[in-house]
Design a protein around this ligand. Structure first.
Ligand SMILES: Cc1cc2nc3c(=O)[nH]c(=O)nc-3n(C[C@H](O)[C@H](O)[C@H](O)COP(=O)(O)O)c2cc1C
Length: 425
């Protein structure tokens, strides 16, 4: 085995010495915020908390003050009977910050931020933050609230102003229902902050790059009600698109049928079959900087497609399958100059050997080998175990990571390829 490629641990230090305001609103998810503050402090950040009055009903000011080792900011108006008070804190806190993180962000505060209201420390921080400093907003609420037109509109307004909106996750909600609206776990929030800081401080190599990501399964129609497909959920491709957008790349996501929300800042093209995915992808072949094939494109499709619904006949049904276009191989054969082709290999056995062959035959720059057990890696699950192999045959084995984190590691590796290319040329 050749020597492993060592990742630069730049993420580990990115928050050290940075001033971060954590804005906490009145939602159930506020109970997670003392842990968030602790993690940020552990990363070496200076943290000050801006807590809304409603927020203080869900999480204790004392806990937040203890973990942040700072007073907790609520009102803009300091008590005038105390000497040495910071009378301009409605401005100075926002000026102090390198980043503002609002988690959880309630529907109420989203509306206030979108319309420019400024009636507590949190909203004042938002308005007084210095230009270019990242604002990360983590909406968290009941699923119906999240889908309401006014919440959608306010989120769009804030995103258009440059705020990074991180979609809530799906799962069990405090209402007892299941749906989208759950705040991500603090560990994941910290990673998003790191990414945002990285994009704003040390410009990512992917900043401004045009990246096309394919995701999800394809459906190969037998007739109008039946198809051949696979178990791909699209989670890996969506995580890559999201991570690339956070690094300020221009991302187009071409996806088969999945139940996932489009990551903010990503242009999405929905397709159904491999032929449609190929047709959509070809439009970007000459213009994109990086093509990442994370879709589970069906290798074959039925040779004949019956319009309408095929009647059940007695006896066997013969169905001949013909080969679909290999989208990634097509891009690999046409790419020029510094264009990069990145692929995935889902293998059962002889993974390294098969992935290596795929890398060469498709003229890829990097391939991510993964296996499928439907528990820790591969289709449907939230985690993946990737082994990255580059053109030089260097191998990086990643541990089991959630797909967001695996996506970030993959992008780190792509950045490393860019860095190497710019040193070599
Ligand atoms: C038990 C309870 C839970 C709540 N959870 C949420 C929530 O998760 N998200 C949300 O947007 N609002 C939630 N609300 C409503 C907010 O607390 C309310 O809109 C409040 O005015 C928000 O104020 P703030 O934005 O200043 O923090 C909840 C209210 C109650 C009583």
């Amino acid at each position: 085995m050749r020597k492993p490629f060592i990742n630069k641990p730049f993420e580990e230090y990115i928050l050290r010495g940075k001033n971060i305001i954590v804005g906490i609103c009145g939602g159930i998810a506020a109970y997670k915020t003392p842990h968030l503050v602790r993690l940020l402090k552990k990363s070496g950040a200076n943290v000050k908390v801006a807590l809304t009055d409603a927020g203080a009903r869900f999480v204790s000011e004392l806990s937040l003050a203890t973990v942040s080792q700072e007073q907790v900011y609520r009102s803009m108006f300091p008590p005038t009977d105390k000497a040495g008070m910071d009378f301009t804190r409605h401005i100075s806190l926002g000026e102090w910050a390198d980043a503002l993180v609002i988690a959880p962000a309630t529907a109420n505060t989203l509306a206030k931020l979108a319309s420019g209201l400024c009636d507590d420390m949190l909203t004042a921080c938002f308005i007084t933050l210095r230009p270019g400093k990242p604002v990360l907003i983590f909406p968290a609420m009941d699923g119906q609230m999240y889908l309401s037109p006014s919440v959608r509109r306010n989120i769009r307004t804030l995103a258009a102003q440059g705020a990074i909106i991180v979609n809530p996750e799906s799962g069990d909600l405090a209402s007892g229902q299941c749906g989208t609206g759950r705040m991500p776990e603090p560990e994941s929030i910290v990673r998003d902050i790191e990414q945002a800081m990285l994009s704003s401080i040390e410009r990512s190599m992917l900043h401004g790059k045009t990246i096309v990501v394919t995701a999800g399964p394809t459906r190969e129609k037998i007739d109008d009600v039946r198809f051949i497909s696979n178990y791909s959920s699209g989670k890996m491709g969506f995580a890559i698109a999201r991570a690339a957008a956070l690094r300020k790349a221009k991302v187009t996501l071409i996806t088969g049928p999945v139940h996932l929300e489009t990551p903010p800042g990503v242009e999405r093209i929905d397709i159904e079959s491999a032929i449609e995915m190929h047709a959509a992808a070809v439009n970007f072949f000459s213009s994109c900087d990086i093509f990442i094939g994370a879709a589970a494109v069906a290798d074959y499709r039925p040779s004949v497609y019956y319009g309408g619904k095929m009647k059940k006949e007695s006896g066997e049904l013969q169905c001949t399958l013909v080969k679909n276009p290999d989208i990634l191989a097509d891009f690999g054969s046409r790419k020029t100059g510094s264009q990069l082709a990145i692929g995935f290999a889902l293998e059962q056995e002889n993974g390294l050997e098969n992935a290596g062959k795929k890398l060469e035959s498709k003229n890829l720059d990097l391939i991510a080998l993964n296996f499928f057990d439907r528990k820790t890696s591969g289709f449907e699950v939230d985690t993946n175990i990737l082994t990255l192999i580059n053109r030089e045959g260097e191998i990086t084995e990643l541990p089991q990571l959630n797909k967001d984190e695996a996506a970030r590691k993959l992008l780190d590796m792509i950045e490393a390829i860019y860095r190497k290319t710019s040193i070599d040329t």
